[in-house]
Design a protein around this ligand. Structure first.
Ligand code: GDP
Length: 318
């Protein structure tokens, strides 16, 4: 039986990954932080309390669970948080990843068998990229504590790869689902559009409507991570839809999906929500993932938005 260890198992990606692995018969161990209450995870998932900042605890967990595959999805999940907590961000999202690679490498040495590692890397490692679209050869030049921590983890993956550990990275662009918290603009919009459609009135306050993102479907991105972890040759893989839409595009699609044709009267711009420094155009070129991993996104933009809106409408109508 394949054994997997998943950090960040309580998050959006972790929960989809745990479901997928458990359904195919993999034994899943999940790392959750103290006080974190994962909901809706399959019952078979074995939860372990721990912290990515605790390198010795991680090493012990890896020694004890003896995984074939390690997925590092844990860590700080927002750029904004990283500005408020830069030291924690570096410790969790940077050093925490290295602690896992090192524990995996030691297990591999001790047992004389391959241990595969998948690092959830991020488009934020490119900061304000000087070219679009970005691919695996684009200069890593982060512009936030979050991006810098992820860049360190990304580059240490290559260091451990050269040392003989099968560690791959997926450089993930934004990926959404009904499991996104409302701190992300996508879910904020779909929850808001559903609420306004349900009541027949109301407004939603947003920030920069012109900000553009390369948005994909989270379960597809989890699929890319599994394919990358299992590919015989470890490498870096950009995982992206390859197209950007604006926040306004997202709002128009969400209100349309909720049955509200004219979205503009329902959206206001609150200057406090406009970020002082939004990054430049982040859009990914996923040709390597397509060619090498046979990966592709399964849902068009409108369908991603539609599924999120239908989920939020269903919650309101019970
Ligand atoms: P991010 O890519 O991880 O920052 O994902 P977010 O979903 O938080 O933000 C995506 C984009 O939406 C950013 O460029 C924000 O400036 C923009 N945006 C506009 N209005 C809002 C809002 O009300 N909330 C959030 N979170 N983002 C907003």
């Amino acid at each position: 039986m394949t054994v997997a260890l998943v950090t960040g198992v309580a998050g959006q990606d972790g929960s989809y990954l745990a479901e997928r692995l458990a359904a195919e018969g993999t034994l899943v161990h999940g790392l959750v932080r103290a006080g974190e209450r994962p909901v809706g995870l399959p019952g078979e998932v074995r939860l372990h309390r721990g912290d990515l900042r605790d390198a010795e605890g991680l090493a012990e967990l890896v020694r004890r669970t003896r995984p074939d595959e390690i997925y590092n999805l844990g860590g700080v999940s927002s750029v904004a948080y990283s500005w408020r907590h830069p030291v924690e961000t570096g410790a969790v999202s940077g050093l925490g990843a290295v602690a896992l690679y090192d524990a995996a490498w030691r297990l591999q040495e001790d047992e004389g068998r391959a241990v595969r590692v998948l690092q959830a890397s991020s488009a934020e490692i490119f900061g304000t990229p000087d070219r679009a679209p970005q691919d695996e050869a684009t200069t890593v030049r982060p512009t936030s504590p979050y991006g810098a921590a992820k860049a360190y983890a990304h580059q240490m993956a290559a260091v451990y790869r050269a040392r003989g550990l099968g560690v791959s990275t997926c450089v993930l662009y934004n990926h959404e689902s009904p499991r996104r918290p409302e701190t992300f603009v996508t879910r904020k919009i779909t929850a808001g559009a559903a609420r306004i459609a349900h009541r027949g009135s109301g407004t939603l306050a947003l920030g920069n409507l012109d900000a553009r993102r390369d948005w994909g479907w989270a379960p597809d991105y989890v699929d890319a991570m599994v394919r990358a972890a299992r590919h015989p040759v470890a490498d870096d893989f950009v995982v992206a839809s390859g197209a950007t839409r604006s926040v306004a595009d997202f709002a128009a699609a969400a209100f349309a999906a909720a049955g509200v044709d004219d979205w503009e009267p329902h959206v206001t711009v609150d200057p406090r929500l406009v970020r002082p420094a939004d990054p430049g155009e982040q859009v990914g070129d996923a040709r390597r993932a397509r060619a090498v991993l046979g990966w592709g996104g399964t849902l068009a933009f409108e369908e991603i938005v539609g599924r999120m809106v239908r989920h939020d409408l269903a919650r309101l109508t019970g």
